[in-house]
Design a protein around this ligand. Structure first.
Ligand code: CIR
Length: 265
């Protein structure tokens, strides 16, 4: 065990742009407030840094309203990074914007290039032993197959699973808490895809609490989900609650806001 899936020396984030008000959303519950989002974002970054990690904050990209959600642009693995091909047409260009930063920080970078291949980082859950990828409205079989081909010589095993219908990304509904433990919504865990893991279900009615991140010794979770918080505290996790009201209006959560990795050598 390397703890590769939750111990990281680095993270990359991107400042939210003013155009965030134009970000994609499944249901319009009102425009996000930029100042409040910036405050939550600052708290998020400070919490990552409190674990001793280096956080690289990239400048805002006003041409891409959703570009604060950097996770969707790449997958960072121990051997190198894979630049994604987002299935949302308005987000396709964000991946190319991320590539040079990964090259500088990381070393080896490969790219999903197939014209029919679509895959977003939010659909990918890396564990100690495998990479689970949920098919979704943003991620298709060709994208998953290309990811498997590109990472095979790094010793990676890719397993295709399903994102629940109507859910944006696979990780909207789950997150890794430690080498053996996954936090999930009951609708996703009921599919059986986590049979070889210990599963903690979020409390009923708190589905939006499922997107957390384990980052070094901490679990960052969105604020406002007391029954799920109590389950995680009872399981012994060291939690930090971060305001997520503005990102939630755009279907975003804790994982979307960073790329987390440890550069090679
Ligand atoms: C989108 O629809 O693409 C953004 N509004 C939200 C992306 C959230 N990203 C993630 O879950 N990894």
């Amino acid at each position: 065990m390397t703890d590769r899936s939750f111990r990281f020396s680095h993270a990359i984030t991107r400042k939210p742009a003013r155009s965030i008000t134009e970000g994609l959303r499944a249901v319009d519950t009102g425009a996000p407030d930029l100042a409040r989002m910036q405050a939550h974002h600052a708290d998020y970054i400070a919490t990552l840094r409190s674990t001793g990690a280096t956080v690289v904050e990239l400048d805002a990209l006003p041409a891409y309203p959703d570009s604060v959600f950097v996770e969707d642009t790449a997958l960072c693995l121990p051997a190198g990074a894979i630049v994604m091909r987002p299935g949302a047409p308005s987000r396709l260009g964000e991946a190319a914007e991320m590539a040079p930063h990964l090259e500088t920080l990381y070393g080896e970078v490969r790219r999903i290039t197939g014209a029919d291949s679509f895959i977003e980082g939010g659909d990918i859950l890396m564990t100690e032993t495998e990479i689970l990828v949920g098919r979704s409205a943003r991620t298709n079989a060709a994208g998953i197959a290309e990811l498997a081909r590109l990472t095979a010589d790094w010793g990676e095993v890719v397993r295709e699973v399903h994102t629940p219908p109507g859910v944006l990304h696979f990780k909207t509904d789950c997150s890794l808490l430690d080498a053996e433990t996954i936090l999930s919504t009951p609708r996703l865990s009921a599919s059986g895809c986590f049979a070889s893991y210990r599963v903690i279900d979020v409390a009923e009615g708190e589905e939006a609490a499922a997107n957390t991140i384990r980052f070094n010794d901490l679990v960052l979770m969105p604020a406002g989900f007391p029954r799920t918080r109590d389950r995680l505290l009872a399981a012994g996790f060291d939690l930090r609650e971060i305001g997520n009201s503005e990102c939630a209006k755009l279907d975003g959560g804790m994982s979307c806001l960073s790329l987390r990795f440890t550069p090679r050598g």
